[in-house]
Design a binder for this molecule. Structure first.
Ligand code: URA
Length: 282
């Protein structure tokens, strides 16, 4: 495969067999169907079900262990579930100083308040700490977000790190097999020193888990203090030349190519691409 999306290396070939990618209307757990509709996260859906707010074909659910199909009538607070929207994904350059949350109890400005006008309701694929900058993926589909952020999906997250202190390449190589810090195990990390700048070092770190404050904890473990942290890529998507605060939509076709056949079918991305092409010509 060529470069990452956002790196601007030109068009990629999409020599896939469309037949194999045709989405099948699948039965799925109720919480997943609600997340696909863009209404909430799966976790919220489970809470709402416990609270007796969700009904299927007129019967109020008492457990999230319910499978639903395309013909089931789902309601939340008596209102029909919105039609599942076409799945869309954006690259966003998160500036420093914004909280990745829909609401902050401390009243700090959130990513979602700062987004350019005109975006539909989106959720983020994972989170970046308030002072972290760089690539944050945004999507209309809560279930896709959850899937992409799972460590088991195994997408590489790459960070440029400016840290105060000194470290050897040998010590960084010690992170390759993973490390346990204060009882928390962190998986394998590739790390290299890019350059020194005064009393700071610029490092590049690549990891696949995305645990809470992972980069800062790993750096502290090596005796470094992070003072700038920039995520430069997430899986096949790169920050590239996006300006701080800017968003850029990933074309549905490119998204389908990057996610592969299984996810493309699950999230009906080929349909989304087709719908939007048709809308364009109408
Ligand atoms: N690691 C951190 O410490 N913070 C982030 O925001 C992301 C990775």
């Amino acid at each position: 495969m060529g470069g990452k999306v956002g790196e601007g290396r030109g068009k990629r070939q999409a020599a896939r067999k469309d037949e194999a990618l045709k989405p099948k209307p699948e039965a799925m757990r109720i919480a997943k169907a609600m997340a696909h509709a863009g209404l909430c996260s799966r976790r919220d859906a489970e809470k709402w079900i416990e609270q007796g707010r969700v009904a299927v074909n007129g019967k109020v659910l008492t457990t999230p262990a319910q499978i639903v199909g395309p013909s089931d009538k789902i309601t939340v607070d008596g209102k029909p579930l919105p039609q599942a929207q076409a799945v869309r994904l954006w690259r966003y350059h998160k500036p420093r100083g914004l909280v990745t949350s829909h609401k902050d109890p401390q009243g700090r400005k959130t990513v979602f308040e700062a987004l350019p006008a005109g975006l539909p309701r989106v959720v983020s694929v994972g989170r970046l700490d308030i002072n972290t900058e760089g690539l944050l993926l945004l999507t209309t589909d809560g279930a896709l977000a959850r899937h992409l952020e799972l460590p088991s999906t195994g997408w590489l997250r790459r960070y440029r790190v400016r840290a105060h202190g000194s470290v050897t390449q040998e010590a960084l190589d010690g992170l390759r097999d993973g490390v346990t810090i204060d009882g928390v195990h962190y998986g394998p990390v590739e790390a290299r020193i890019d350059r020194a700048q005064g009393t700071n070092l610029w490092l590049m770190l690549g990891l696949r888990e995305g645990k809470n404050r992972e980069v800062k904890r790993l750096a502290e473990h090596l005796g470094l203090t992070v003072n700038r942290l920039i995520r430069v890529s997430f899986g096949p998507f790169a920050l590239g030349e996006l300006a701080p605060g800017a968003v850029e939509e990933v074309k549905p076709k490119v998204l389908a190519d990057q996610l592969g056949a299984k996810l493309t079918a699950e999230f009906k991305l080929r349909e989304a691409a087709k719908e939007r092409r048709q809308a364009y010509w109408r």
